[in-house]
Design a protein around this ligand. Structure first.
Ligand SMILES: [Zn+2]
Length: 283
């Protein structure tokens, strides 16, 4: 492609200091939209994920083996702005959060020599004409402590106590979304885990204990919002399925940035345990 130029940009960029990014993502105004995107590689294939907590919108795209992580990052931004343009979004303050400063800086560049880069610039330009668009950088949470839990024992009986009859009651909505039916295989895997791992699994599968939304319900947390980006309430489904802070990890491990509840159901207990540790669900 011959080089194309975009001198004036209809979007701003924001690369906050570590201590400031939380305040921005908490902005509660009604005409503010927060979109999170991720680009990452998995087994030599690259893809992008897009997530909007307000409407619980999530999608993945795959670029195949010929792409790079950088292209996946830019693709995520392109898909986001194209989607908002196609919805005829106007008069909104739109924050597109990306963990790639390289992608943000490339789009700020006055010239583009790739089709993808140019189309993304054009799309952002269209979106920025009727909205205030900010490409914002957000920290990647790769440093989340993977260390073992120190304390915290949950009685094994908590998993054994459920009889098939219990599934008929309309309680424990989150637990039943992830475990729609009793599973002997899952029980078997859980019961051979050490107690610390089992505690994490029970937290994940029941949505109790360490989740901030649960802490809010029992009066131990003021807002119940996600520990990573404050973007929405933090419950088990958010961490297992939607959390943008864990999207790159899921994409790398499993080839999909955002999981549906049935994908969670079909995951091995050891996979979910690994994710629980990554999310810092240690006691
Ligand atoms: Zn989150």
């Amino acid at each position: 492609m011959t080089k194309k130029y975009q001198i004036r940009k209809a979007f701003k960029t924001y690369i906050p200091e570590k201590e400031n990014w939380k305040t921005v993502s908490e902005t509660p105004a009604t005409n503010v939209m927060h979109w999170y995107r991720d680009g990452s590689g998995y087994k030599g294939c690259f893809g992008a994920g897009l997530y909007e907590p307000g409407k619980n919108y999530k999608r993945n795209w795959f670029l195949g083996t010929m792409a790079t992580v950088f292209q996946a990052e830019v693709l995520g931004i392109k898909k986001c702005s194209e989607l908002l343009v196609s919805r005829m979004t106007t008069k909104k303050h739109i924050f597109v959060w990306s963990d790639s400063q390289a992608a943000i800086k490339a789009l700020l560049n006055p010239s583009a020599d790739s089709k993808l880069g140019w189309e993304t610039m054009e799309s952002l330009q269209k979106l920025g004409t009727n909205n205030t668009v900010t490409l914002s950088w957000i920290l990647v949470h790769e440093h989340i402590h993977d260390n073992e839990m120190a304390v915290g024992l949950v009685k094994q009986g908590a998993t054994q106590g459920e009889s098939p009859k219990a599934w008929k009651y309309k309680i424990c909505r989150k637990a039943r979304a992830i475990m729609p039916d009793p599973s002997k295989k899952r029980s078997k895997h859980l019961l051979v885990m050490d107690r610390k791992s089992l505690a994490i699994m029970i937290t994940l599968l029941t949505g109790h204990d360490r989740f901030k939304e649960h802490c809010r319900v029992i009066g131990m947390d003021s807002d119940g919002r996600c520990r990573f980006y404050n973007e929405t309430k933090e419950d088990s489904l958010h961490i297992l399925c939607d959390c943008p802070a864990l999207a790159a990890t899921k994409l790398r491990w499993w080839g999909t940035a955002f999981l549906t509840t049935s994908q969670v159901t079909s995951k091995e207990a050891t996979d979910l345990l690994r994710l629980g540790k990554k999310a810092g669900l240690h006691i």
